[in-house]
Every structure is written in structure tokens, then in C-alpha cells.
Design a protein around this ligand. Structure first.
Ligand code: PLP
Length: 460
């Protein structure tokens, strides 16, 4: 009896092709997952004889119910039509495929997180990323924590608690999401020695502060992140500050974004900045940077530099609270491995790809979209656009892009924008000069089909 019922269950591909499932606004990977899960459930129920009848209608209904449950999640996929590549509100970096695959491999079973396969004894969870970071940045040692904000806090708390930190007034900034450097410094138990002026700080300002403040033990350089002072301004570089170091004065740089190699080689319009390796070579004792900004990987704060300082940081009890999970480690290791070959990194890390691809690639995506959408309530007009990197990376740098302007007949801009937010896969647009614009810089090729489906099926 149950064998007979089991035979009536169609295979997954057949179900995926069923019109109601095919048109369901969810990507194929997730659909397959839901399908397999639902079918396994049904088989169990049949074997236990909880179900005594089965047909396509029952199966499709069960699948659609599970799909709907999935779609009621709070954290959902959205289409980023803003042209802001590292959009903090939309989750910053999208992960490379290699990282996603490694994530599944490592996290769907057990892994040698803290187990050394050579000695067959307890191992160290930091070592998984240390070797590759040494290779890519030339650092002696590394450790990785929850995000760059916690990296800054941990470093200051470990090295400068009850001491003073010398920082330029031009770099004593707020980075967004209420991350304010002066408050972080205060909370870490250190005190600030403000030097220079808002627009100009010289080496000599650091030199005087070191002489005048015996309890200062750190020069902290902060990447200005999401603003820039242009015109009458002067800052000092790590190279200029390195000679001022003494046994008791550390030189630490919070790079914010942090790049592994010089991106201007692939996009000449970008502003050239120190790579992590440059800063270490120029004499920084520690360099801190985010995992999900220009690196293009998971949320993390990466600390690289001198071995003895990293050892101190790891001994801080706070490190135990701020360390990353094996989930993040598995994602980061795969992304960092792509960096062994620059070309491979540019091609396979979506963040870098978006920054470095030619504008023609974006145009192709727009053209594909225009070819597949049919005019209905809206029409689309192809326009030039300017995308930005965002996430406090390379402020002021713009990247050539293509977009579509959404023209609509009987509705107000706000009404259309609201509607786009309520779609099964919400579309977040750029609002510019009273127009609704979908910038294709931040829309991946594999997302276009979904975007078209959503647009073609808009109902009011
Ligand atoms: C973004 C940024 C931070 C915070 O990094 P998170 O990874 O978001 O915690 C700290 N410092 C600088 C200079 C930044 O640009």
C-alpha cells in the first residue's frame, strides 16, 4: 500500500517545472531545498500511514505552503537597484560562490574548528586564516573578530587601557551607525590626545604629543571612511609616522575597508590607497579592516601585524566574546584563497567584479532586462548612471554605470516606490530628480530573471 503511494510522488525536476512552482518568486536553489524537505516529510507520513492518499494536488499544496512559510521570513532577499555596491543597509558584500559552497560543506557537518589533524589534539581556531593572511599581507600573525568596530575596541582595550592615544583631529570621526571613534576610545578605557586641526595635521604634531604626554602609548591612524577633506588639508602617512615609533609607542591603523591589492590597476578612476600589506611594510604594528567591505566577504574584523601584539590581544578575555564563528571562518577562508590570484579575485568576488568590470558589462545586463520585460503599467528608459562603492570605502569615487528609469502612467512616484517595496522580491531603487531609477551596477546577472519575473507579474 505505502509503496504504491510512494511511487506516485513525481521527481523533483518534474515538480520544479509545474507552473505554480515554476512561477513562485523564489530562486531555484531555495525551491529545490523546500521541495526535497516537503517530499521527505510526505514520504515519512506515508510510511507511518498518516497519509492514505496522495496525488499531485496534495503534493503541490504542501510545497506551496512550505514556500509561503519561507517567504514570511523577516530577513529576505531584495534586489539592490541603488547602485551602491557596499550598501550597509542591504547587507554590504555579496559572497563569492566559492565561499557559499565552502560554507555548506563545512557547516552541514562537523569540522576541525579547534582540532589539529596532525597532532590529533586540541587545535587553535585562529590558525585556519592565519597562514593565508600571512601570505596575502605579509603579517607575522593575525586574529579575526566579529566586525571591525570590535577589532578597534579590542586593540585599544588590550594595548592602551589607562593610557593615552594620539589621534589627529581630522581623523576623530563618526563612521555611521553611531560608531564614533572618540566614544570607542573612551569605552575601551583609553584617553584621547587630540592633535593638529580638523584640516591639517603634521608629523611634528605627533612628535610633540609623544614628548609631552608620557602616558601616551599609541599613534592611531583612522581611515576617514565616508568623508574626505579636499582643498587646504594635510595628513600624515604611516611611512612618515613610522620613524616616530619607540619601544613604548605603537603605530596602529584602522583601514576601514582595507584592500589586499591595488584596485586602481583594474579601475584607473579609483583613488589609490595603501593596501594592508603597504601599511605593514611602511611600519604599522597592527592594521585593522572589515571582512565585508572591499574584501568582499563575511562580516568580520581582521587584525594583522606583530606577533607579540596579536598574542596579547588573544589573551584578552574580550577576545573570547568577540571571536568569529566557524560559519564566518569557512566563508572568509574561501574568499581569501581567491586572492592568491588577482585575476581570479576580480572575476569571482562579486564586490571586486562590480568595481572593476567594464561599463559594457552593465549595459549588457540592462539590455537583457529590457529584452525580457514586456511593457505594461510601466515602461523603461535606458539611461547612463553613476554608481558608488559605499560602505565608507573610497569616498567621492564614482563608477560609470547603466540604469533604467521607470516611467509609469497613472500613479505617483511614491506609490510605485511603495509597490516595489511590497513585491515578493522587493526592489530597492534609487530616487533621483523625482525619478525612480534601477541601477544595474548592483544587479547580478543571475538576478535578472527573478527581477523580470517580479516586474512582469506585478498586480495591483
Ligand atoms: C566601517 C569602518 C569601521 C567599522 O567596521 P565594521 O566592520 O562595520 O564594524 C571602523 N573603522 C573604519 C575606518 C571604517 O570605515
Amino acid at each position: 500500500m505505502s509503496q504504491e503511494l510512494l511511487r506516485k510522488i513525481p521527481n523533483v525536476q518534474e515538480l520544479l517545472n509545474h507552473s505554480e512552482i515554476k512561477n513562485y518568486p523564489l530562486d531555484e536553489v531555495n525551491k529545490r531545498f523546500v521541495l526535497n524537505q516537503t517530499l521527505a516529510d510526505l514520504r515519512q507520513k506515508i510510511l507511518k500511514q498518516d497519509i492514505r492518499e496522495i496525488n499531485n494536488e496534495i503534493i503541490i499544496k504542501a510545497i506551496l505552503e512550505t514556500l509561503d512559510q519561507k517567504n514570511s521570513y523577516s530577513l529576505r532577499k531584495v534586489i539592490n537597484g541603488t547602485g551602491v555596491i557596499l550598501h550597509t543597509n542591504l547587507g554590504r558584500s555579496i559572497l563569492p560562490r566559492e565561499s557559499l559552497l565552502n560554507f555548506i560543506e563545512i557547516n552541514s557537518g562537523y569540522a576541525n574548528v579547534e582540532y589539529d589533524l596532525e597532532t590529533q589534539k586540541r587545535g587553535n581556531r585562529e590558525k585556519h586564516l592565519e597562514k593565508i593572511l600571512q601570505e596575502l599581507t605579509g603579517c607575522e600573525a593575525s586574529c579575526v573578530v566579529n566586525n571591525n568596530a570590535s577589532a578597534v575596541f579590542l586593540v585599544l582595550n588590550t594595548l592602551s587601557k589607562n593610557k593615552k592615544i594620539i589621534i589627529s583631529r581630522g581623523e576623530n570621526v563618526e563612521i555611521g551607525g553611531s560608531f564614533r571613534i572618540p566614544e570607542i576610545i573612551k569605552a575601551s578605557g583609553a584617553k584621547i590626545v587630540d592633535i593638529g586641526t580638523t584640516n591639517k595635521t603634521y608629523e611634528n604634531d605627533y612628535k610633540l604629543a609623544i614628548e609631552e604626554e608620557p602616558s601616551a602609548n599609541m599613534m592611531l591612524k583612522i581611515h576617514k571612511s565616508n568623508y574626505d577633506i579636499i582643498g587646504f588639508s594635510h595628513t600624515t602617512s604611516i611611512k612618515e609616522l613610522a620613524p616616530l615609533k619607540t619601544d613604548k609607542i605603537y603605530l596602529v591603523e584602522d583601514q576601514g575597508s582595507g584592500t589586499i591589492f591595488d584596485l586602481t590597476r583594474y579601475n584607473q578612476k579609483l583613488t589609490k590607497e595603501n593596501t594592508v600589506k603597504d601599511s605593514l611594510q611602511d611600519g604599522a604594528d597592527l592594521v585593522l579592516f572589515s571582512g565585508d567591505k572591499l574584501l568582499g566577504s563575511a562580516q568580520a574584523g581582521i587584525i594583522v601585524g606583530k606577533k607579540e601584539l596579536i598574542a596579547k590581544i588573544k589573551k584578552n578575555q574580550l577576545f573570547r566574546m568577540l571571536r568569529t564563528s566557524k560559519m564566518v571562518t569557512s566563508i572568509l577562508e574561501a574568499t581569501l584563497s581567491l586572492y592568491k590570484d588577482e585575476e581570479l579575485a576580480i572575476k569571482n568576488i562579486p564586490t571586486l567584479k562590480m568595481i572593476c568590470e567594464s561599463v559594457k558589462e552593465v549595459e549588457k545586463r540592462v539590455d537583457l532586462f529590457l529584452k525580457l520585460t514586456h511593457e505594461s503599467l510601466f515602461s523603461f528608459e535606458k539611461i547612463n548612471s553613476q554608481a558608488t562603492i559605499g560602505g565608507g570605502s573610497l569616498p567621492g569615487d564614482e563608477i560609470e554605470s547603466w540604469a533604467v528609469k521607470v516611467n509609469y502612467k497613472d500613479f505617483s512616484l511614491n506609490k510605485i516606490n511603495d509597490l516595489f517595496h511590497k513585491l515578493p522580491t522587493p526592489i530597492i531603487c534609487k530616487l533621483q530628480n523625482k525619478s525612480l531609477i534601477i541601477d544595474f551596477k548592483t544587479i547580478q546577472e543571475h538576478e535578472i530573471e527573478r527581477l523580470v519575473e517580479v516586474i512582469n507579474n506585478v498586480n495591483w
